[in-house]
Design a binder for this molecule. Structure first.
Ligand SMILES: Cc1cc2nc3c(=O)[nH]c(=O)nc-3n(C[C@H](O)[C@H](O)[C@H](O)COP(=O)(O)OP(=O)(O)OC[C@H]3O[C@@H](n4cnc5c(N)ncnc54)[C@H](O)[C@@H]3O)c2cc1C
Length: 453
């Protein structure tokens, strides 16, 4: 039997970030995962002159913890910021790609929003803040800004992050920065201006809206974290893991691939796995609490990497194109990866990532590979003005438990997580069951956990 102070369950970005900071504090820990590699959903493949991601494609440096982590790893990897072109985003409207406005003039002249809503926006700072903490996002945006802003700004934005439905997501949990603008300042516009003017200390200034990846792809990031944590501290390919409570803390039992049993005794356990994995891992948890955590819905998503050695379509001069649900198309959006980062496609070529499915189009995830290819061909030919569709790379990644949806059941989930943590001391229940779904949120949480241990 092995002994350690802390077991971390899951070697995705959350677990690895936590491990990195524990190693910096010289703490005794082991990180275990059922997969045979670090990174969790993060993965990068180099193939036929293209470098594509099999999970997340880009992150935002939205918390200082992200900048600090890259600083820690700067001798091993280079954080790569997206080209300036990423500030431009296309939104599909009536079958045409329109540029999402960023300034006042663009905001007034754009076709994306109705004149009625543009005028209504003048009154936004004077509207009363909402009083229902479980109000859904669609309701909040319609109340403050109007339906056209919901349909052609917030809905595609939410599809890009959550592949979700604004009528189900609850901003208090899903978009807390937006929720807090209304709650703290009484207005999105007024709050954004006041926040911008507020004096920030050096640490707070590190949080930006800059988009990041890593030179060579995001796998480099998680591999570097694994190295800094200590390769010998990471146990991969561990199957049928269960945790039992015992006098001295917690006992992990599992088996390595050959079938050999393994036992690890630890004083503390940090879980970073998804809600769907908790019941088998922690058989001693009260079902009443588990049910409330397991009700967290993870939407299915299909991700397709498409590469062309010679690009003959319209210029890919933006971050990508987002497709509002009301446009009734079969894809959620396209990211122009080779326009954002260097070396993702051969010169004069193009690499893009397409997302399909999500909460409101689950049925598309049932399509077989041939069906997906046909769908992508149809949409790309039309949206990106391609006459022929002969990609040099076409890879389909199917994610069954992809993006958790922070909906109206979130309050109960948080309460159950707290209840279990109170009942079982030295146990941390984390990962994307709480505190946000983006990579920046995961890094912030991983660091916070390590600080608290
Ligand atoms: C398709 C997709 C696209 C995304 N795009 C973006 C994006 O562009 N930008 C962004 O910021 N975020 C994006 N995200 C979200 C972001 O990738 C994740 O929030 C983040 O990487 C999750 O890290 P994690 O460590 O919390 O979880 P995971 O990466 O899921 O890691 C959890 C680990 O736990 C392990 N595990 C699970 N069950 C068990 C078990 N029973 N025993 C042992 N180990 C177990 C898993 O093998 C896994 O390695 C995307 C997510 C997906 C799925």
């Amino acid at each position: 039997m092995q002994r350690t102070d802390i077991i971390i369950l899951g070697a995705g970005l959350t677990g690895l970030t936590c491990a990195h900071y524990l190693a910096k504090k010289n703490r005794d820990f082991l990180i275990v995962d059922k997969q045979n590699r670090p990174g969790g959903v993060i993965g990068t493949v180099s193939e036929n002159g293209f470098i594509y991601e099999t999970g997340p494609n880009t992150g935002v440096i939205s918390h200082p913890e992200v900048a600090n982590l890259f600083d820690d790893l700067k001798t091993d990897i280079s954080c790569e910021l997206a080209d300036k072109i990423s500030e431009k985003r296309y939104i599909l409207m009536n079958g045409k790609l329109e540029t999402l406005p960023s300034g006042l003039i663009g905001g007034i002249t754009t076709r994306l929003f109705s004149w009625k809503d543009k005028f209504r926006l003048l009154g936004e700072p004077f509207r009363n803040p909402g009083t229902d903490p479980d109000e859904n996002l669609a309701h909040l945006v319609k109340r403050r800004m109007g339906k056209s802003f919901l349909d052609y700004a917030v809905d595609p934005f939410v599809l890009g992050i959550y592949a979700g439905d604004p009528a189900q997501l609850v901003p208090k949990y899903a978009l807390p920065k937006l929720y807090n603008l209304e709650q703290e300042y009484g207005s999105f516009i007024g709050g954004a201006i006041k926040k911008k003017r507020r004096k920030k200390d050096l640490e707070a200034k590190k949080a930006t809206r800059k988009i990041f990846s890593v030179k060579g792809g995001l796998s480099r990031f998680t591999e570097a974290l694994q190295q800094s944590a200590g390769a010998e501290k990471c146990l991969f390919d561990l199957q049928q893991i269960t945790i039992a409570k015992c006098n001295n803390g917690y006992l992990l039992k599992g088996s390595v691939v050959k079938g050999d049993a393994i036992e690890i005794l630890a004083k503390q356990v940090v879980s970073t796995v998804g809600a769907y994995a908790l019941r088998n891992l922690f058989p001693f948890f009260n079902s009443k609490h588990l049910n409330k955590i397991e009700s967290l819905h993870y939407t299915r998503v299909i991700e397709v990497a498409v590469g062309f050695k010679k690009w003959l379509g319209r210029p890919l001069d933006a971050f990508g194109a987002l497709i509002p649900h009301c446009e009734k198309r079969d894809i959620l959006g396209i990211m122009f990866m080779s326009s954002l980062f260097e070396g993702r496609a051969p010169e004069k070529g193009a690499l893009m990532t397409i997302f399909i499915g999500g909460v409101r189009r689950q049925e598309l995830c049932e399509l077989d590979d041939k069906g997906i290819k046909k769908l992508v061909e149809r949409e790309l030919k039309d949206l990106l003005e391609l006459h022929e569709f002969n990609p040099d790379l076409f890879r389909i990644m199917r994610h069954s438990n992809a993006i958790p949806q922070y909906c109206a059941d979130s309050k109960m989930r948080y309460e159950s997580i707290d209840a279990l943590q109170n009942e079982f001391p030295n146990l941390v229940l984390a990962g994307n069951i709480r505190n946000g779904i983006g990579m920046a949120d995961r890094i912030k949480q991983g660091k916070m956990i390590a600080d608290g241990l």
